[in-house]
Structures are given as structure tokens and as C-alpha cells.
Design a protein around this ligand. Sequence first.
Ligand code: SF4
Length: 123
Amino acid sequence: MSETTKLICITCPMGCTLEVTRQGETIVEVTGTGCKRGLAYAQAELTDPRRMVASTVRVRGGVHPLVPVYTDAPFPKPQILELLAELRQVELEAPVRTGQVVLPRALGTDVNIRASRDLPAED
Ligand code: SF4
């Protein structure tokens, strides 16, 4: 017996509404895609959903107390809350450089957390 699920593709601003028909774990049809990336999105979303994550971490001795950080690849969605809790424990020492790895291989994944801007030390 097949089951149909609706998804909004978030790969680009078009936001196509996809209708995904599955039989068990197998995707048998995807309609509503504006391009072929919609099919890849539907497959990933139903098997290994991931999101880019942006947050901040504390910095000691910097011109600001926090620096923005981001995942350098999409991160497993079920582990995002755990990742945010882990980032609250991180404290860097200024200066911080753009792209600096703040948390390597976060939570045992292949995703690094990196600083998204320079943060100089205070004078
Ligand atoms: S299916 Fe293609 S056009 Fe539609 S939102 Fe996804 S990436 Fe954009």
C-alpha cells in the first residue's frame, strides 16, 4: 500500500510543494518538482534530513562577547538541539579568524562548526 506525503522543497526560493509517494521505504513517485534537485531533496528529507545551522559562541578577551558561527555542511536535523547545547559550552580566546574551526567534527559527524567573521582581541 502506498502513502503520499507533502513536502516543501527548501533548496531554492521557489519553494515547490512536492507530493512524494512511497511504498514502504521506497519512493515511487515525486510530483511538483520545478527541477531535478527537488527529487534529491525529497529523498534526503525522508531518509536523512539535514539543515544548515547558524548560532553564536562566547569569546574571551574579544571586542564583542560572542562570535557568529555556522555549520560548514548541512547537519543532521535530529541532533540540532544537542549541537546548540554543545555550542553553549564553547568559549574561544580572541582573536578569532573567519573560517576558524570552532568545533571540529561536531557530535561525531563530518560537519565542522566555523566562525563566520573575524573577532579581534580588545586593546
Ligand atoms: S524543486 Fe527545484 S525549483 Fe523547486 S524549490 Fe526545489 S530546487 Fe527550487
